[in-house]
Design a protein around this ligand. Structure first.
Ligand code: PEP
Ligand code: MN
Length: 272
């Protein structure tokens, strides 16, 4: 197999708010599945910053399978997060679900997340290709690696080279886990593409006890970072509480990944 030579994103070029990503850096993106209130987001953001996360996550617009499930706070949450991220001086990433959200999100966010359900939304990808903020493109849950990298090319060819790919698990016959986390895709992409790769063991397993081992395995496979969901009180979360790490579990995760990050020759980048 040969290394694909195409219009590729350069890892060194990615800047997210105050943070410039380095090829040998390792980045922990952490925060709640959904931003529920200013207090919940601030408490979580402060905690994950203190224990080594460098980028915040938090959903404002949610793509839920069930229309009766919580759909996210929406626009109102963008005003809360602006203040909190500025106070903490941390970049924030959040999912864009519709191109109509672009103007408001551009004002408040440092990076866009494209969710698994929207990986094939080429009009959204083309719009993001015209922006100058990084995009984390999650793998569609039934997407081939080829379809995923071609989706990334929609963004790159629009002029936005700051694309990161996120392996978040795919749907297989296995039902013990929420998804099957395809870590071979990480090793494959590291060998054949130059995008930074983030692994999401939260959605990839749907099980808090599996997050640390899969995070360590992701580092061994060559990931440049992980994305994990953290909630002050997972049992009360409005979305994905069953897979959220509580604060103690996040702290332990950070301790557990440390030797793996070092063994991979990378440096854990904490907040700037
Ligand atoms: C999320 O990150 O909260 C999310 C909805 O992820 P995915 O698009 O991978 O399902
Ligand atoms: Mn989630």
């Amino acid at each position: 197999m040969t290394k694909t030579v195409s219009t590729q994103a350069s890892p060194a070029a990615i800047s997210m708010g105050p943070l410039s990503l380095k090829p040998d850096g390792f980045y922990v993106i952490a925060g709640p599945c959904s931003i529920e209130s200013p207090a919940q987001f601030k408490e979580t953001a402060q905690f994950v910053k203190e224990f080594g996360a460098s980028i915040l996550r938090g959903g404002v617009f949610k793509m839920r399978t069930n229309p009766d499930s919580f759909q996210g706070v929406g626009l109102e949450a963008l005003s809360w997060i602006r203040d909190i991220k500025n106070e903490l001086r941390m970049p924030l990433m959040s999912e864009i679900t519709d191109p109509r959200q672009l103007p408001a999100m551009l004002e408040s966010l440092d990076a866009f997340q494209v969710g698994s359900r929207n990986m094939y939304n080429y009009e959204l990808l083309k719009d993001l290709g015209k922006q100058n903020k990084p995009v984390l493109l999650k793998r569609g849950f039934s997407a081939l690696i080829d379809e995923w990298t071609k989706a990334a090319q929609y963004i790159v060819q629009g002029g936005n080279q700051s694309v990161m790919l996120c392996e978040r698990g795919i749907r297989t016959f296995e039902t013990k886990m929420r998804n099957t986390l395809d870590l071979a895709s990480v090793a494959y992409l590291k060998a054949h593409e130059s995008y930074p790769i983030i692994v999401d063991p939260s959605h990839g397993t749907g099980a808090p006890e599996l997050i640390a081992p899969m995070a360590c395995a992701a580092i061994a496979a060559g990931a440049n970072g992980i994305m994990v969901e953290v909630h002050p009180e997972p049992s009360r979360a409005l979305s994905d509480g069953f897979q959220a790490l509580n604060f103690e579990a996040f702290k332990n995760l950070m301790l557990q990944i440390k030797p793996f990050v070092e063994a991979a020759g990378k440096t854990l980048v904490t907040h700037v």
